[in-house]
Design a binder for this molecule. Structure first.
Ligand code: NAP
Length: 339
């Protein structure tokens, strides 16, 4: 079996998780990660044995900090089949030109526009569309969450229209700059960009979204209302959601009433960084009335896109043709199971 050599550009919230996830797979390896600043994260990356590559202007600061580097970012390009670009949103365009010049493949994240790559990725919905592609984009955390549940529902009973209210976390847990610290902040530009982002993968889906930022860091919460082409009862909706890949059913009855307990479950499962890769759906919050379906789901924004990045590497590097087989490999390596 061929092994894909993967570089990770941007070793932050998403990048460091993707690096660890790639390292756990049998058919890909981490050739190096990049850092621009010699922060504690760079020291941890070095301690984990990742080769660190930096921009030319960072060579001296890293030497001054006593952190060993393997070379410059440009030198990393010569050692990889594919870069996973996890730099902050809107930085990708500059790097796309560099990846193009180096003749390598690259995956971008949801902070970039769909137009940067022309193809966006979700394992459940469109694994094959990135097959052999030079560039693709793993959609954002919220969009990944919506695709994981809406795609199986749409396949079972065509969605006529969906409206989702997103309660967004204000900042990631490791971020001391975000807000609001107190209060709820509605997105005033409506409908929000999340609907069109879902349509970058499911263009036929009639979906609108609104969003409110809340003073929490743990997870996003979605209140989903969908109108279907046919009637459905709650038990059928539950069966569809239970069978959906990377969806974890929980219940208020079992003590998971809030995102706090959902993340406590992730801690108890002993995952890397206590990550909850699955989209969490409340069993006792799924209700179908006639052709209307309602449910709540929670998204662990720091980690749900991580397995999709691994699958996207497999699709783009032509390592595995079958989406289910790739997802099974990824899930086994990351400890994701329906149990
Ligand atoms: N966090 C989330 O909730 C989330 C969820 C899904 C998708 N995303 C998307 O994933 C992408 C990355 O987000 P993130 O949350 O991981 O950001 P992040 O935590 O800020 O990490 C980005 C990293 O990129 C590095 N960086 C900054 N400027 C750079 C440059 N010019 N060249 C190379 N590296 C640079 C920074 O490391 P240095 O210290 O080395 O500068 C930083 O650690 C974005 O597109 C975002 O929209 C984020």
């Amino acid at each position: 079996m061929s092994v894909a050599k993967v570089g990770i550009n941007g070793y932050g919230t998403i990048g460091k998780r993707v690096a660890d996830a790639v390292r756990r797979q049998g058919d890909m390896e981490v050739a190096g990660v990049t850092k621009t600043r010699p922060t504690f994260e760079a020291r941890v990356a070095a301690a984990k044995g990742f080769d660190i590559y930096v921009p030319p202007e960072s060579v001296k600061p890293f030497a001054d900090a006593g952190i060993e580097i393997a070379g410059t970012i440009g030198e990393l390009y010569g050692k990889v089949d594919i870069m996973v670009d996890c730099t902050p949103g809107d930085v990708g365009e500059r790097y796309k030109a560099e990846y193009s010049a180096a003749g390598i493949k690259a995956i971008f994240q949801g902070g970039e526009d769909h137009s940067l790559t022309g193809v966006s990725f979700n394992s459940t919905a469109n694994y094959r569309e990135s097959w052999g592609a030079q560039f693709s984009r793993v959609v954002s955390c919220n969009t990944t969450g919506l695709l994981r549940t809406l795609c199986p529902i749409d396949r079972a009973a065509k969605i006529r229209g969906a409206h989702v209210t997103i309660v967004r976390r204000a900042a990631d847990p490791g971020d001391s700059k975000g807000g609001p610290v107190n209060g709820l902040e509605p997105s005033l530009k409506l409908p929000t960009h999340h609907g069109p982002d879902v349509q970058s993968v499911m263009p036929w889906l009639n979906i609108t979204t609104m969003a409110v930022k809340a003073s929490t860091t743990l997870m996003h919460l979605h209140a989903v209302a969908a109108e279907l082409e046919r009637d459905m009862d709650s038990s059928e909706a539950l069966e569809i959601l239970r069978g959906a890949p990377r969806v974890r059913m929980v219940s208020g009855k079992s003590g998971i009433k809030t995102t706090a307990e959902a993340m406590e479950l992730a801690r108890d499962l002993g995952r890397d960084r206590s990550d909850m890769y699955e989209i969490v759906v409340w069993e006792d919050g799924v209700k179908a009335v006639g052709n209307r379906l309602y449910f709540y789901q929670a998204v662990h924004q720091e980690s749900d896109v991580v397995p999709e990045n691994v699958d996207c590497i497999r699709s783009m590097c032509k390592l595995e043709e079958d989406a289910s087989a790739s997802m099974a490999m990824t899930d086994r390596a990351l400890g994701i199971s329906k149990g």
